[in-house]
Ligand binder design. Structure first.
Ligand code: FAD
Length: 422
């Protein structure tokens, strides 16, 4: 607690706070710090939750170095305010101690939310508070999406998701677990059962491949699958992870935590080009993972990876590219290989239901406020933007929740007008 007070006292309470401006969900940071200093913790928690129902999670998993603390004026000449530690304290306590009640007036409108990741959870809270009857359909056995089945426990303790689930239940939200929407329960079926609007927040769960030989071998795995449930995997003593985003770091650190002695990340560029945050790279190094940089895999084998060394070049558009260095083929011996080079959406809904416009990557096409090409169906999160971040999913979901509310309201008033006329 003393440490948090020290952090709060460091804050200059700027009139034009750069921290807030650089937070994708516009967290009112100086206001919260002021309330914290006045010991108005519950009020601060309520403001944070109303602005972002995933505040307690964002406090842990956001890339703070690029957002709040990375833009704190105090950081120009010294140490920035670590607001996220204060946010974590306030928001975790708020969620644990608060108890929600169903709104006194419930609406007749029923909303289906497909997917209980950050996007689905955010929309569910906002619409349930407005009095909608919300049902979440989730293909897995617990809520959370990537928060539960991607980000490892040592980075994000899952009890916070269980608490969020309890809070949703208090608001009357129903959850149908182990229910895949698309092939059997179709979009039309949901509409015919009286759902006025449907929200799709299904994320990106198909692994991108390297398009090289060997990806189906028994010792080769995709990070997105491995991270779902790492326990059954027998990876051996030496593992090579291919890729250098946050997913690769999580896979490497998880393998280490599961007892693999030698874990290496192979990447075709250098540290400065990695999409993982500096903080995650640092923690990965601290865990004893080593890096094989400027190496590009050519083929995967049961005993390792054939690679070629690369040169880094910056093209005329300023884009970093790599070119193979002729004659530098080599072999990296290892027991298992984990591929972590990105994800794309699954097509359960698009393939089994007519009318959804997608882009060449299979992502759902929506307008600025989340309308898909099918009337009454909305979408946001990774299934629209491709792999992004929790806070971006939450922020876009806030906009889409208002859009769904507006859609339902106009349908209600049209129905009312039709009744009056007849
Ligand atoms: P998801 O979280 O993917 O949730 C989608 C949900 O929909 C899932 O529960 C899925 O089971 C369900 N679903 C899918 N299809 C159906 C269907 N047809 N019927 C019913 N249910 C369905 N971001 C950060 O900000 N910080 C991080 O540290 C970070 N680390 C990450 C680590 C990993 C390993 C990964 C993969 C991603 C990470 N991200 C991180 C990205 C972040 O988690 C995502 O941007 C975010 O989860 C997207 O939220 P979403 O709600 O769109 O989708």
């Amino acid at each position: 607690m003393n440490q948090l007070i020290t952090e709060a006292n460091k804050c200059l309470l700027c009139k034009n706070p750069r921290c807030k401006k650089n937070c994708p969900v516009g967290t009112p940071i100086p206001e919260i710090i002021q309330l914290f200093k006045e010991n108005q913790i519950e009020k601060a928690g309520e403001i944070l939750f109303n602005n972002n129902p995933l505040s307690a999670i964002c406090a842990v998993v956001c890339a703070h170095e690029n957002q709040c603390s990375g833009n704190c004026v105090k950081g120009i000449k010294g140490d920035p305010v670590e607001f996220y530690e204060i946010e974590k304290y306030i928001s975790t306590n708020y969620l644990r101690n608060v108890s929600f009640k169903k709104p006194s007036t419930m609406l007749e409108d029923r909303i289906a939310i497909v997917g209980s990741g950050p996007a689905g959870i955010t929309i569910a809270f906002i619409l349930a508070f407005k009095g909608y009857k919300v049902t979440i359909f989730e293909s897995k056995d617990k809520i959370g999406g990537v928060l539960r089945y991607g980000i490892p426990e040592f980075r994000l303790p899952k009890d916070i998701l269980d608490t969020l689930y309890l809070r949703l239940l208090e608001l009357g939200v129903k959850v149908r677990f182990n229910t895949l929407i698309g092939p059997v329960i179709t979009i039309d079926k949901l509409f015919s059962d009286g759902y006025q609007a449907i929200f799709l927040g299904t994320g990106v769960w198909n692994a991108k491949t390297l398009n090289i030989k060997g990806e189906t071998l028994g010792n080769v795995h995709f990070a997105i699958d491995y991270l779902k449930k790492p326990d059954p995997y027998l990876l051996g003593n030496k593992v090579c992870i291919i890729g250098a985003g946050n997913v690769a770091m999580d896979a490497a650190r998880t393998a280490k935590a599961h007892g693999v002695q030698d874990v290496c990340i192979m990447y075709r560029k250098g540290f400065e080009d990695m999409s993982a945050t500096k903080a995650e790279i640092k923690e990965t190094l601290e865990d004893g993972v080593h890096f094989e940089l400027f190496k590009s895999p050519l083929e995967l084998f049961e005993n390792g990876v054939k690679f070629i060394e690369t040169n880094r070049i910056v093209d005329e558009n300023g884009k970093v590219r790599t070119v193979p260095k002729e004659g530098t083929e080599g072999f990296f011996a290892c027991d298992s290989i984990i591929i972590a080079v990105g994800q794309t959406p699954r097509n359960n809904i698009v393939a089994n239901n007519k009318g959804f416009e997608t882009d060449p990557k299979g992502l759902l096409v929506v307008d600025d406020i989340g309308h898909t090409s099918v009337d009454g169906v909305f979408a946001s999160g990774d299934v629209v933007t491709g792999s992004r971040t929790v806070v971006e999913a939450a922020n876009f979901a806030k906009i889409v929740a208002e859009s769904i509310d507006h859609y339902c309201k106009s349908r209600r008033s049209t129905k009312q007008e039709n009744k009056t006329v007849s």
